[in-house]
Each structure stands twice: as C-alpha cells, then as structure tokens.
Design a protein around this ligand. Structure first.
Ligand code: UT7
Length: 332
C-alpha cells in the first residue's frame, strides 16, 4: 500500500484580451504604452508556433487569475475550498513582493485554515510545485492540495524587444491533488515520479535584469538559441529519468503535456522520446509562453475537451530561468 497524490480536478483562467500575432504588425497599446515592433505573423508562427496570447487587463493581477483557475479546479473536483490543506502557487510574477500570491488566493477563496506559499522556479515552477505538493501528501502532512501555476509575464516584458515580447502571455491553471491509498505499483493513479534539477551556471541566458533587492523592476532577457538547445536535451533527459523512476518506459506514455514555449521544442522533445505529435498536448498557439501557468493550463484544456482520460499515463516537463527544469509522471 502507498499514499498517492491523485489529480482530481483541473481548471484554468485566461484574461479576456487576446492579442493576435498580426496585431503586432501595427502600433498597439499594451498596458498603457504604444508598442511598435518590426515583426509579422509569419515569423512568429513559423519560429515558435504561437498565433495569439492573452494579456491581463489593468488591475487584473496574478492572484486574480490564480483564484479563478482554483475555483474552476475546485468545481471540477467537486470539493469545497475549506477542505484544502495547502495551496502552492508557482509564479515569478506575484502581485506584490509579499505576501505570497498563494496567501492572497487563500483569502480570496474564503479560507481561514491550511497553509499557502509560493514557489519560484520560473517556467519550471509547476513541476517544482507538484513535486512539493506530492511530498507533503505522501508524507501524510496534507490530504488535499491546490497546485496553481499563474503568471502575468506581460508585465515583465521589454516591449521594445521583438525577440522576447511576442513570445509570452498571461494566464493560470490549477489542479486539485488528493491523498488516496493505492497499491504502490506503477498501475496506481496519481503522481508516480517527480524529477527536479537546476544549474545556476546558466543564469545569464534567461533572467530578469531587475528585482526587489536591486531596487528595480527589470525586464526579461533571453538568449533564445542557447535556451532552445538546453531545452530539448534536458526535457527529454528528465522525462526518461522520471519514467524510469515510475517503473515505466516511453511506450507507456499516453500523453506528453510539456511546457509550452515553442512548437519546435515540443516537436524535438517528442522526437527524442519517440512519441508521435498526436500524443502531445499543444496549446502554445493560443496562449504563447505563460511560464509556470503553461502546463496546468494545457492539462485543464485537454481534460475539458476529453483528450485526457482516467487511467492514462501523462508526462509533463518544463525548463526555465536558472536554469531550472524537471518532470512529473502521473496516471490520471
Ligand atoms: O520558457 C522558457 C524557455 N524558453 C524557451 O524555451 C525559448 C527558447 N528559444 C526559442 O524559442 C527561440 O530561440 C526563439 C523563438 C526565441 C528565437 O528563434 P530563433 O530561431 O532562435 O531566432 P533568432 O533569435 O536567432 O533570430 C533570428 C532572426 C534575427 O534576425 P537576424 O539577426 O538573423 O537578421 C532576429 O532579429 O529573427 C529576428 N527576429 C524577429 N523577426 C521578426 C527575432 N524576433 C523576431 C520577431 N519578428 N518577433
């Protein structure tokens, strides 16, 4: 027998405003500033697979999106907020320096019990949050957890840098995890393995050039080609390791639900794992790169449209600034 963290509810939230690639071909207002880029739909689509992204409204913050995603996940799970013991929000764009976005969500959900905290592992944040929630559940400390990825990356873009600002979007996704007694074998439902890594030597290829302790806000900087190279190699490697830890092989995969940064990365990673693209959930065309929100967003979309079914084996994996990367294998 073993305690497993079973995924029992999924939800997501997206800002109402949608900016199409072609909208960047003329000057456009983003957060009160006129953005003028020399770019076009054909370049963005062919180099990244992105077609559109959602941009938060004025006054709409990360905790608002996170709360809406959480409410949808609670509804999907059929459980009340009061039954949640822990909330973990993966984000690099919290509303405030503190308190955490997670405690804001806790308050907005009307909860007065349990505990809540943020995790910051940038685009890999959801994998890190799932691994932490899993550890709390299998150790018996938590019975039910809300794991949320939520971001408003549009607020940390350099809107004069066409090489980065067209890539990212805003949104949130959430899952409800529940402790359930299972057999302790690879045929169990729930999280079967997690694998986390980071390597601070690569801090300069993807970072924000400002922050609280440097008294500035800063904007995202990325050496895209370098990150791309690491992404394919490290995502495939992490997925293989966590599958092995779960007692499974790539043949057992029903779905890969990867971090949605670039369709070319998704294709290369699937190729390295010998998994066909029709077993990869792709949402990057509609959301762009939403950092820590991208995996739970994709999970929620694919669950709602009927692709992800109970009993199926799912592998998720992500990489981002740090570098930090990891993967999670679970059976629905
Ligand atoms: O979520 C965290 C993880 N992040 C990632 O995984 C991102 C990984 N990297 C990538 O996805 C790709 O490297 C990018 C999409 C960022 C860039 O694609 P690339 O094929 O590596 O292009 P590049 O940066 O080498 O740029 C090629 C050309 C350049 O022009 P020159 O120097 O060849 O004349 C750029 O100036 O494309 C130009 N370019 C653009 N052109 C039109 C860059 N951005 C744009 C743009 N519109 N928006």
């Amino acid at each position: 027998m073993a305690l497993r963290a079973v995924l029992v509810g999924f939800g997501h939230a997206l800002p109402e405003r949608v900016v199409e690639n072609a909208d960047f071909e003329a000057p456009i207002d983003i957060h009160g500033t006129t953005v003028s880029l020399e770019t076009n739909d054909a370049w963005i689509k062919s180099r990244t697979g992105i077609e559109r992204r959602h941009i938060a409204a004025e006054g709409q913050h990360t905790s608002d999106l996170a709360t809406d995603a959480a409410l949808a996940a609670l509804k999907d799970a059929g459980v009340e907020a009061e039954s949640i013991d822990a909330i973990i929000v993966a984000t690099s764009t919290p509303d405030l320096t503190f308190p955490s976005a997670a405690t804001m969500v806790q308050n907005k959900l009307g909860m007065t019990g349990g505990f809540a905290f943020d995790i910051q592992a940038v685009c890999a944040g959801f994998a890190f949050a799932m691994a932490n929630a899993n550890a709390l559940i299998v150790s018996g400390q938590v019975k039910r957890a809300l794991v949320i990825g939520a971001e408003t990356f549009s607020r940390i873009m350099d809107w004069t840098d066409r090489g980065t600002c067209v890539l990212f979007g805003d949104g949130a996704g959430a899952v409800v995890l529940e402790a359930q007694d299972q057999s302790g074998t690879a045929s169990d439902r729930g999280i079967l393995a997690t694998e986390l890594n980071s390597d601070g030597r690569y801090k300069d290829i993807l970072y924000v050039d400002g922050g609280v302790s440097t008294n500035s806000t800063g904007a995202l900087r990325m050496q895209g080609k370098e990150v791309f190279r690491h992404a394919v190699e490290k995502l495939a490697g992490s997925a293989k390791t966590s599958l092995q830890d779960a007692g499974l092989t790539t043949d057992d995969i029903d779905w890969i639900v990867p971090h949605q940064a670039n369709l070319r990365i998704l294709k290369s990673t699937a190729d390295k794992l010998s998994v066909p693209m029709d077993q990869v959930v792709v949402t990057v065309q509609d959301h762009g790169n939403t950092s820590a929100a991208s995996i739970p967003l994709a999970l929620s979309v694919a669950r709602a449209d009927g692709r992800l079914k109970d009993g199926q084996v799912v592998v998720t994996g992500a990489i981002g600034g740090g570098l930090a990367w990891g993967s999670v294998v679970f059976r629905l």
